[in-house]
Design a protein around this ligand. Structure first.
Ligand code: KIV
Length: 282
């Protein structure tokens, strides 16, 4: 039986009932298929694809066209999962019109169910306009990688009272602007728990501890594929880099040693054709 696709009202019910929302990034068709088979509630086509797929040093170079292309593949791989498209750097900051237009592309072109954008108080007008266009919006506050330069690097936020106050203000601004969900990245669990209780909308965590309505991980971290660095909040559930590298090493050795391919990997000539071929091509 096909998996039942959860929609925004299901996530509100889950928050109310204390049922945790499972959330993972995905950038391609096969990974989306695996996630749907695993029963994931929600997928994020994150601009982290810049690092995880393209090898950029950060998310800033990622374009709308790249995000749309990956979102289309994820949609095809997970037709029964709620998919969120992540708005890349400069797709929403410079004007409200641009923000609405680009948010709309995720739904129209890629078939996403919602969009996510980074920032609190300072992107409230964009959130309001996108929501007014009829689009489901997820806010993203705390450590916001697109503005990590201003934050002094990829650093946890809200660890002092002053910084926590700014995070709480951002959370309230995101909800007041009409966002339907919020993602809290790299903030203390105590601050995240306060925000979760204060907000009516689901508050999801990536590195914000257990006291949230659900959890997000970056798939490339979670399966041990991304090797450049591992944030403190990551748990590796397997080591794909090790498994794949060891399989490739074995392939290299078998090709060099003539152990691959074996007879079972060959297409033989049809019955009766071999003799004719061999008498013609001596
Ligand atoms: O792009 C992404 O995967 C994200 C997470 C870091 C939250 O925005």
């Amino acid at each position: 039986m096909a998996k039942k696709k959860l929609m925004i009202h299901d996530f509100y019910r889950m928050k109310k009932d204390g049922e945790k929302i499972t959330f993972l990034t995905s950038y391609d068709y096969p990974t989306a298929q695996f996630a749907e088979a695993a029963g994931m509630d929600m997928l994020l086509v994150g601009d982290s694809l810049g690092m995880c797929v393209y090898g950029y040093p950060g998310t800033v170079p990622v374009t709308m066209d790249q995000c749309i292309c990956h979102a289309e593949a994820v949609r095809r791989g997970a037709p029964n999962t709620f998919v969120v498209g992540d708005m890349p750097f400069m797709s929403y900051q410079s004007s409200i019109e641009k923000a609405v237009e680009n948010a709309g592309r995720f739904l129209k072109q890629a078939g996403c169910d919602a969009i996510k954008l980074e920032g609190g108080v300072r992107v409230a007008p964009q959130i309001r306009a996108i929501v007014d266009a009829g689009i489901i919006v997820m806010g993203h506050i705390g450590l916001t990688p697109q503005s990590s330069g201003q934050l002094g690097g990829h650093k946890a936020q809200g660890r002092t009272v002053e910084s926590a106050r700014a995070v709480v203000e951002d959370a309230l601004a995101v909800q007041s602007a009409g966002a339907h969900m919020i993602l809290l990245e790299a903030i203390p669990p105590e601050v995240a728990g306060y925000i979760r209780r204060k907000l009516a909308i689901p508050a999801l965590s990536i590195g914000a501890g257990l006291d949230c309505d659900g959890q997000l991980l970056i798939v490339s971290d979670m399966i041990g594929q991304f090797q450049a660095f591992t944030p403190k909040f990551v748990k590796k559930y397997c080591n794909v880099a090790e498994v794949v590298t060891s399989a490739m090493r074995q392939y290299v050795a078998e090709v060099r040693g003539g152990a691959f391919p074996e007879d079972e990997h060959c297409y033989h000539m049809l019955p009766g054709e071999l003799e004719k071929f061999q008498s013609e091509y001596k």
